[in-house]
Structures are given as C-alpha cells and as structure tokens.
Design a protein around this ligand. Structure first.
Ligand SMILES: Nc1ncnc2c1ncn2[C@@H]1O[C@H](COP(=O)(O)OP(=O)(O)OP(=O)(O)O)[C@@H](O)[C@H]1O
Ligand SMILES: N[C@@H](CCO)C(=O)O
Length: 321
C-alpha cells in the first residue's frame, strides 16, 4: 500500500508539539500496576526535515541532547515509524531528517516517569507525523510503549491521564482508567538520582506469602480509597507496601526515612515509582506545615492529577487530532 503523502510533503508541513505528563507509579502497594498522571509536563517538538538529526534540550537532563541516534525519543520515533509501515502496509521507511526541541520539566531518574513521558511523547509525535499514523491505535501505542519501557504502570497513565490500573494479559499490556477523587498531591524530589534499572536490581526473586497477600488487599483498598475519595485514615492503610519499598531503602535512605517519618505522623506517603521521590497524598495546608519540618534538600512540587494523557499541542496543519 502506498501512503497518501510522502516524507517530503510531511517535511514541508508544520512540526508537531506533544505535551506529556509526569507519572507516579506503584502508589505504595500497586507495584508495576497502578499509576497516576500528574500536572508536570515535558513538551517535545518534532519536525521532519530534509536531512540530518538535530536535538535541542532545555531544562532537565540537558546532557541527553548529545546522544544523537541514542537519544531515547529518537529511538522511539524510529521504532514507531517502522511499526507504522508494518501496520499500515506502507513503505515510507525513516524520514530523511529529524529535528527535536525538548522542553524538559520532569526530573530524570527520580521516580516521576521521565522515561515514560519521553517514550509516549515520541509515539504520539510519530503517530501524528506519519501519513498512515491512524494505524497505531491506543492499544498498539500502549503495547509499544510498554515494550520499550519494560513495564506498563507509568506509560498507561502517561497515555490516558488520571489513575490507571495496568496489567499484561493474553493479548499483551492493557489498562483501565479511573477518575480519582483526590485533591492535591505533593512530590518531594531529592537531588540524588536513582536509575530504575538499579532500583529493580534490589528486588528479591520471591517474597513471603503473607507480604504478597497484604499487598493484594491494600492495592484493592487503595483503588476504592482513590476512586471514592475516602479519608486520610483509610488512605494511610491503603498505601502500605511490603513488596518493594523496604528492599530499595538502602539505595535511598533519606527517602525511606522521610516516608517512615511522615507515615508515623499519619500522613499517607509513598516512594514514587522506583524512587527516590516521595509522593504525599495531602491537602496544600498540610504541605505548608510539613515543608518546614521536612528540611532542606528537597524540591517541593505541589501537583494535581492530570486529567489528560500525552496530547498534540499545536496543530497548524489541520490534519489528524
Ligand atoms: N525527555 C527525555 N529525553 C531523553 N531521554 C530521557 C528523557 N527522559 C528520560 N530519559 C532517559 O531515561 C532515563 C531515566 O529513566 P529512569 O527509568 O531511570 O527514571 P524515571 O523514568 O525518571 O523514573 P521512574 O521510572 O522510576 O518513574 C534518563 O537517564 C534518560 O536516559
Ligand atoms: N513499577 C516500576 C516503576 C518505575 O518505573 C518500579 O517500581 O520499578
């Protein structure tokens, strides 16, 4: 099948800008399954050009700009363009050139889903730019993003917004989106980075049956607490974890200590994703009083749940939404 446009025509058109939200995965007991989209965003502009590869990065992780073909978003664009040709039966191949402009606000390797935002932004941009982009539907986008990221819990809310429960079934990764009834959450972000790969390496191969059973019950309770807007006392119990946080504590002792301290005072606090950011479910009034107590060394981000997943921002072409 031939596409209705070729890369030269795409290059003559406008670039696409995608806004992708930060995400917090696990939320305590929901390891590799639960995720929340947050109102902290990366913006990625992608243009097809007549040749070469140019990458500009402003903000977080500016050092990744020099990676050329190894830049995560470039790799994702290439994978998505290849998959689109396969799915649509077209043979466009790779575009002659690409230009990326990244405005990064999500801190890297802190547990706020920066890699998922980059992956999802790349997929949404590729779907918009490729003339047969509609062939990559939402289910295929989730499958591709999960394949690249390795687990679905950050990419699902980054694609869908809100609160998501993600799992891998017989047909691959899937997710369900819920509208959480919670107000503000606050991210306490330390300077120290922790790569997800390193944090995953600290997990044991097996866990005691009692711990697995406790987490299953708490994860179920957490969904009810978030969906129904249940009170802080329920949320405190519902965010208890026994499957990952303690095993990872040696790699982020300050974060583990902060979570324990806040929980000891009745505040529902968890490690965000693979850490070391601490995510707190609480009102803004409480955060103000907590901030003084938490001390220096933490960047404090009061955030809301992002209602939408990654979306195209400026579409001057009037083409696909
Ligand atoms: N906007 C981006 N552009 C290019 N590469 C990125 C971008 N964001 C993240 N990355 C890559 O992903 C790495 C961080 O991914 P990692 O999985 O370790 O942490 P995270 O996604 O921030 O946290 P978590 O998965 O725990 O929520 C960075 O070091 C960088 O290589
Ligand atoms: N569920 C993942 C989230 C981080 O990407 C983990 O905790 O390793």
């Amino acid at each position: 099948m031939t596409a209705d446009r070729d890369w030269a025509e795409v290059a003559a058109g406008p670039p696409v800008t995608v806004r992708a939200p930060a995400t917090s995965a696990n939320l305590g007991p929901g390891f590799d399954s639960l995720g929340l989209a947050l109102t902290l965003y990366d913006d990625v502009e992608v243009a097809v050009t007549s040749g070469g590869l140019a990458i500009e990065v402003d903000g977080e992780g500016a050092e990744v700009a020099g990676r050329g073909e190894r830049h995560l978003i470039v790799q994702v664009l290439r994978r998505a363009f290849g998959l689109l040709d396969e799915l649509a039966g077209t043979d466009l191949g790779q575009p002659p050139g690409l230009r990326l402009r990244c405005a990064n606000r999500i801190p890297h390797s802190r547990g706020l889903g920066s890699s998922s935002a980059a992956i999802v932004a790349g997929i949404v941009a590729a779907r918009h730019l490729h003339p047969a982009g509609a062939a990559l539907d939402d289910a295929a986008a989730l499958r591709l993003a999960t394949e690249i990221e390795g687990h679905p819990d950050n990419v699902a809310p980054c694609l869908a917004g809100g609160l998501t429960i993600a799992w891998t079934g017989g047909t691959g990764p899937r997710s369900v989106r819920l509208e959480p009834r919670i107000g503000q959450v606050t991210a306490f972000v330390p300077e120290r980075r922790l790569a997800t790969e390193q944090a995953r390496g600290l997990l044991p191969g097996t866990v005691p049956h009692g711990d697995a059973a406790a987490n299953a019950g708490r994860a179920a309770l957490l969904i009810a607490a978030l969906a129904e807007g249940l009170g802080t006392d329920v949320l405190l119990d519902a965010t208890e974890d026994r499957l990952h946080q303690d095993y990872r504590a040696p790699a982020m002792p300050e974060s583990a200590e902060l979570v324990a301290r806040l929980r000891g005072k009745g505040v529902p606090a968890v490690i965000s994703g693979a850490g070391p950011t601490v995510l707190v479910f609480t009102s803004s009034a409480r955060v103000d009083s907590m901030s003084a107590e938490v001390g220096n060394g933490w960047h404090i981000h009061p955030l809301n749940v992002a209602p939408h997943g990654a979306r195209v921002q400026h579409d001057r072409s009037g083409a696909r939404p």
